[in-house]
Design a binder for this molecule. Structure first.
Ligand code: SAM
Ligand code: SF4
Length: 329
């Protein structure tokens, strides 16, 4: 098991497949992009599958989420999903994506064994999308969402980040749209993980702001801690049900005590937390011929050192060196 000194057990693995992306969301990446990882530094498809196998067969991982960067940019994605689906025990598998290209790949991903997707979409307005992501691809995302739903990658979840002065008036509109289309909407508070270090606590839209805005149009009933389990999103039932809405309030209502996550970067580093400042190298061990037992031992040791919390409220908080896109959000 991947247990830490606070008794938390990690059963959910987030795997970043690439640090590259075809969007430039303002809260994530600078306009000019970033210095991408060099190809030889990236784990190969075989290395990724091997690490997932070790995690599933020796370390108690039951849930695998592929992310990035933009994971649909990884040429071997469908094959990686297929190979992970053949593992015993078979992990549940999902993908976090900006949705561009999903129209083309949704059916193949489903056939390979992917269970569901989280698609990020912050706005229903094409012009605001273009300002927020610096790319004119709004329709591609909407098409990708429909394709995911039609392919049975359900429940299709939609992640939205609200930015002051850009899309912070859109929460009720986004919820009405999601309910209408059968998508599960979750708002994510903006976190200090942008490469530009532009995040400001007093500039962000909080969970409280989001709930106040939604309450102008909907009656929200909290679903409670029991229904939440270790999920990062707090959930509310909308207008008596059956639909719901979630808010991931990593900044104003952190949920570190229930965290069940471990992370793997595209270059094979274990991270205990999005906000961790330390990483543990697995790629070196892999490439020097270490057996599975040794990989598992290094991974366990890394997780044993997981900190109690994100440290966001500590006045000495320092952003991790890697931005969200390179950690794997
Ligand atoms: N490119 C894919 C996507 O956008 O879904 C996967 C990677 S992206 C880093 C994963 C999630 O992180 C997205 O939902 C995105 O909106 C969110 N994200 C990125 N930067 C963020 C930030 N600074 N604060 C909060 N969420 C952020
Ligand atoms: Fe790309 Fe996702 Fe970051 Fe947007 S949030 S720039 S889609 S990695």
């Amino acid at each position: 098991m991947l247990i830490d000194t606070y008794g938390r057990v990690a059963t959910d693995l987030r795997v970043s497949l690439t640090d590259r992306c075809n969007l430039r969301c303002t809260y994530c990446m600078p306009e000019e992009g970033l210095q991408w990882l060099a190809k030889p530094d990236l784990l190969s498809d075989e290395e990724i599958v091997r690490l997932v196998r070790v995690a599933v067969t020796s370390l108690g991982i039951t849930e695998v989420r592929f992310t990035g960067g933009e994971p649909l940019l990884r040429p071997g994605l469908v094959s990686v999903v297929g190979q992970c689906a053949a593992l015993e025990p078979r992990p549940r598998m999902s993908l976090t994506t900006n949705g561009i290209g999903l129209k083309r790949t949704a059916a193949a991903l489903k056939a390979a064994g992917l269970d569901r997707v989280n698609v990020s979409l912050d706005t229903l307005r094409p012009d605001v999308f273009k300002t927020l992501t610096r790319r004119d691809r709004h329709k591609d995302v909407l098409d990708g969402l429909l394709a995911a739903r039609d392919a049975g990658l359900t429940p299709v979840k939609v992640n939205s980040v609200l930015m002051r002065g850009l899309n912070d008036d859109e929460a009720p509109e986004l919820l009405a749209w999601a309910v209408d289309h059968g998508y599960e909407l979750r708002f994510i508070e903006q976190m200090p993980l942008d490469a530009q270090h532009g995040w400001k606590r007093d500039g962000m839209i909080t969970a409280g702001d989001i709930l106040a805005s939604l309450s102008t149009r909907f009656t929200l009933t909290p679903q409670g801690e029991e229904a939440r389990g270790s999920a990062p999103a707090e959930r509310w039932t909308v207008d008596g049900g059956p639909h719901g809405v979630g808010v991931i309030a990593s900044v104003t209502r952190p949920f570190c005590g229930a965290c069940d996550r471990t992370r793997l970067t595209a270059d094979g580093q274990v991270r205990t937390c999005l906000f961790a400042r330390e990483e543990t190298d697995l790629r070196g061990a892999l490439r020097s011929g270490a057996p599975d037992e040794e990989i598992a031992r290094i991974w366990k040791l890394a997780m044993w050192g997981k900190k109690a919390g994100s440290g966001l409220d500590d006045p000495a908080f320092l952003q991790p060196d890697r931005p969200m896109s390179a950690i794997g959000g």
